[in-house]
Design a protein around this ligand. Structure first.
Ligand code: APR
Length: 249
């Protein structure tokens, strides 16, 4: 991580009141949660068309559930890491911190973040596959049966956004508004490959906000962002928060 870029990012944050964090699977990597598109990422071991599309869910709900149930079980032993904790601690430093996440693991909330917008749903919730209105929140792990039965006589589905599905109603509008109104937008651990989430930092940039990427590697949106902090978020975010607090005192 370049000390000069860290200093520039800390200076930007030191003057901020409203901070938006846009996070992706990379922030949970240091908790032991695999990312999707890195080497050995989830999509290198399983095909999206088999487990993460509405067509796959209709064709074989049990197979889709087995994929998500496996992730739910693996995730039970996982803890938030210093990157999640640094973001949660920001709420005590800035007037407002909104965390807009593509992650479905719930680790931001477990670290203590209170304003979390889950763009892609949650691993810990289920709802009726046929939209009878039934929801299970939380949906206990392990599920007794796959696919789990719904009270309407149908089956439940994981309450996550599959490829080709719309985001939860109002989520994108809220995210775009938060991004346009923030002072600084931190973009952490996302490849910027999946839309519309990848567009949120660009809304902030277009509105003249300072955009800072925290990622060990270049991403599809790096070229559009202002400051690129290269490193793992578990190391970079605590260092960035520490220096920001020094500058604010
Ligand atoms: N700290 C920060 N970033 C990291 C770390 C780390 N320790 N390790 C890896 N990364 C970065 C990678 O460099 C990469 O840019 O995390 C990013 C992970 O990218 P993806 O695997 O594409 O994950 P994400 O951007 O969250 O994917 C978006 O795709 O399949 C879907 O629905 C899924 O929400 C997910 C969406």
């Amino acid at each position: 991580m370049s000390p000069d870029v860290l200093e520039a990012a800390a200076r930007a944050l030191a003057g901020a009141r409203r901070v938006v964090v846009v996070s992706g699977s990379g922030i949970s990597a240091e908790s032991g949660v695999p990312t999707f598109r890195d080497k050995d990422g989830i999509w290198s071991t399983v095909r999206i068309e088999d487990v993460a599309t509405p067509e796959a869910l209709r064709r074989n709900p049990r197979k889709v559930w087995e994929f998500y149930e496996g992730r739910r079980r693996n995730m039970q032993a996982v803890q938030p890491n210093p990157g999640h904790h640094a973001i949660a601690e920001m709420e005590a430093v800035f007037g407002e911190v909104v965390t807009i996440t593509q992650n479905i693991d719930g680790l931001h909330q477990r670290a203590g973040s209170t304003q979390v917008l889950e763009l892609h749903g949650s691993l810990w919730k289920a709802r009726c596959l046929d939209d009878c209105g039934a929801t299970r929140d939380p949906f206990p792990v392990p599920a007794a049966e796959l696919p789990p039965p719904c009270e309407c006589g149908g089956v439940l589905r994981p309450s996550v956004v599959l490829f080709g599905e719309l985001l939860p109603p109002g989520a994108m509008e809220q995210a775009a508004q938060d991004a346009a109104e923030c002072d600084v937008c931190l973009v952490v651990g996302t490849s910027g490959a999946v839309w519309p989430a990848a567009g949120i930092p660009l809304v902030a940039k277009k509105a003249g906000r300072i955009t800072i990427e925290v990622n060990p590697a270049d991403t599809e949106i790096s070229a559009d962002l202002d400051l690129l902090l290269r490193g793992g978020s578990g190391e970079v975010l605590p260092a960035l928060l520490h220096r920001t607090c020094e500058l604010r005192t």
